[in-house]
Design a protein around this ligand. Structure first.
Ligand code: SF4
Length: 659
């Protein structure tokens, strides 16, 4: 079965009312959130072009950057493996699992693991793998693949999740999203603590430092990289950036494009393994070298933000599960980018996906690294994916088409791959529709098409899809992610006219995300007051953070050891970021990274003088640090019906005491 089945699947998606409602919820809100988030950075176009140039340079000189990355990682004490294909990557993972006698793996979201079908292979060997991202956990319980690269359960409604949790986790049926989220938190907390291996993906590897960067909102990424004695990071070998400045550039684009956030809640930078921990990085090729040497090379610039999926008018009707290969398997990567890289990496089976595009250009318009997706899609359609390169080289592209069709496709490819020509063609077509609409009764063409029997010319839309899409993006309605419930500070905040501008901006940003900012000359007394108000008498405390004599005198016990029973963790913040309301926590004595992760409440002590304007100004602080995290608000998710829910795996509250 090939195209017929693909078409049937498309029809089923369109007819599925529940799916259509779920999709509308997800994609609309994501697009609006993205538009609002980009209003806060200047020179977006210039930034996109810079990001494009960085990605182009990396792919052009991939071997050199990889050699630098591997050498630095190994200097950092990380064990680096290279896997030429899925089988090798699976075998390396199995070897590590065997050497460490692992039976349970806690996994955070990794599209590469979907690409190589890792879970299935590990489970066949008797190793239990549990997904810990809420959306991934839901689809795993349903024995499904993720339907979106950012929101894996975007195709489901809360009623379906309620039924699932009732059946699989034994809780009473509920559609209350905070209750469903709290249930997952409780179940998965045990998994994090017991897991023998934590397995994660990688958002970026930094050649200059050998470090890896992971971004997650829920805190599960931090749990799986921090708690288990072994951490395996699975990384597509193209996910390199040259240095920390380039990383800061990518991080200004990725979360804004993916979830409409200025910065993801947890932006981790991991250089060295933690004490008593082994870290492995598996660098996967699996067709990437072939893709690099093909006309689809530009697809390797992708930073997996998922924006092109949300923008695509076809994906918005279908969802990821309709993107199937000719063998009926669901493609690991759906949507516009998936329709290029699924055939590019995995072969001819997925070439038909490129038909699921109107080539309207919306995907290119939203892409933060300015990938020319319409051009790449037309190349896949013209049989130019690397898996078909033999045919292309032999001049067989488009075999089976009549000369007239080939000529028509050539003209179309030319127009579709030149945005200005394409925009002009849309205006021309719109004008034609407008002029001919009054004569539609006489213009039916029964002799040529069945369409002509039953349909009039469509109503004149006035504006092309591109124009409507651009206007919509510019309207800038706020989304849940970027403009969540603001929570008032429990302590005094100094009046804004008495504070430096950076402090005011920091306070506003963090408060808008649901964080609490307190201002006090003596943070120890203020923290004691907060602890007493919550009935807390034991905390996990980083050394040199509060006055320990005063704490003892007030009857507050403290420990340096992580303990999941402790409700409050107190750490220093090395710096704050004014434009995102983030604080930087770094690894060190007293385990501040765990103190800011395991407890329900995280308290950070920040000197007002240490607030920097934005992320690029603070990158030098993490260069020689073994591990660090920028925290931007409390742990959160929107994996069920895009409803913002606070406190998934990480702390539910973050309090910053400004001194
Ligand atoms: S192609 Fe561009 S928009 Fe699509 S996921 Fe990749 S980076 Fe994002």
């Amino acid at each position: 079965m090939s195209k017929t089945s693909f078409r049937q699947r498309i029809q089923e998606s369109i007819n599925n009312e529940t799916l259509q409602i779920a999709l509308d919820n997800n994609t609309e809100r994501r697009l609006k959130g993205r538009a609002v988030a980009f209003q806060s950075i200047p020179n977006l176009d210039e930034r996109r072009q810079r990001a494009h140039a960085v990605r182009a340079d990396v792919i052009e000189h991939l071997d050199e950057y990889l050699a630098q990355f591997i050498s630095k990682s190994e200097d950092n004490g990380v064990i680096v493996h290279r896997a030429k294909d899925a089988a090798e990557a699976i075998q390396i993972t199995l070897n590590v699992a065997r050497q460490t006698s692992a039976r349970l793996i806690a996994k955070s979201k990794s599209m590469v693991s979907e690409e190589i079908e890792l879970n299935h292979a590990l489970e066949k060997e008797g190793i239990q793998v549990i997904e810990t991202d809420l959306g991934e956990y839901i689809v795993q319980l349903r024995h499904e693949r993720p339907s979106h690269i950012i929101t894996p359960a975007a195709h489901l409604r809360k009623e379906q999740v309620g039924e699932l949790f009732q059946e699989k986790l034994g809780i009473p049926y509920t559609t209350d999203i905070p209750t469903l989220t709290a249930t997952a938190r409780k179940v998965l907390r045990e998994v994090f603590i017991k897991a023998d291996i934590g397995l994660s993906g990688v958002n970026f590897g930094v050649a200059e430092t050998g470090g890896i960067c992971l971004v997650t909102n829920e805190g599960n990424g931090r749990m799986v990289t921090t708690l288990p004695p072994v951490h395996i990071a699975l990384m597509g070998m193209e996910r390199i950036v040259p240095n920390l400045d380039d990383l800061a550039l990518m991080l200004s684009l990725l979360p804004r494009s993916a979830t409409g956030q200025k910065l993801t809640v947890y932006t981790q930078l991991l250089h060295k393994p933690f004490k008593n921990q082994q870290r492995h990085i598996i660098l996967l090729d699996n067709g990437r070298t072939r893709l690099k040497n093909s006309p689809l090379k530009e697809s390797l610039y992708c930073i997996r933000c998922g924006a092109c999926l949300n923008a695509c008018p076809v994906f918005r009707e279908l969802s990821g599960h309709a993107y199937i290969g000719s063998d009926l398997s669901i493609a690991p990567y759906p949507g516009p980018i998936g329709s290029v890289i699924s055939p590019g990496l995995l072969g001819e089976n997925y070439v038909q996906l490129a038909q699921a595009s109107s080539l309207c250009g919306a995907c290119k318009e939203v892409c933060p690294v300015d990938i020319d997706l319409p051009k790449l899609l037309t190349r896949v359609r013209a049989d130019m994916s690397p898996s078909l390169s033999g045919r292309r080289a032999a001049g067989e592209g488009g075999a089976g088409l009549s000369p007239a069709t080939k000529f028509g496709l050539q003209i179309f490819a030319r127009v579709a791959t030149h945005p200005m020509l394409y925009a002009a063609s849309q205006k021309f077509a719109a004008l034609g529709t407008f002029l001919f609409a009054p004569f539609s009764q006489w213009l039916r063409l029964p002799a040529f098409t069945s369409w002509g029997y039953s349909k009039d010319f469509p109503r004149f839309a006035g504006k092309s899809f591109r124009e409507r899409f651009s206007n919509k993006s510019a309207e800038g309605e706020s989304a849940d992610w970027s403009n969540s419930k603001s929570v008032k500070s429990g302590s005094a905040i100094l009046h804004s006219n008495t504070r430096p501008l950076s402090d005011v901006q920091f306070i506003n940003e963090l408060t808008a995300l649901g964080g609490l900012v307190h201002s006090d000359q003596n943070p120890t007394l203020a923290v004691i007051q907060l602890l007493k108000s919550r009935g807390v008498d034991k905390i996990h405390l980083e050394p040199n953070t509060l006055d320990e004599i005063i704490l003892r005198a007030a009857g507050i016990e403290f420990t340096r050891q992580p303990d999941p029973q402790i409700l409050v963790g107190v750490t220093n913040a090395i710096c704050g970021l004014a434009d995102t309301g983030s604080v930087l926590i770094v690894d060190g004595a007293g385990d501040p990274l765990k103190a800011s992760l395991l407890p329900e409440i995280h308290i950070a002590i920040l000197k007002s003088a240490d607030i920097f304007p934005s992320l690029p100004d603070a990158m030098h602080l993490v260069k020689n640090i073994s591990a660090a995290v920028f925290i931007t608000g409390p742990s959160r998710t929107a994996d069920i019906e895009m409803t913002l829910t606070i406190g998934v795996h990480g702390p539910k509250e973050i309090h910053v005491f400004l001194t």
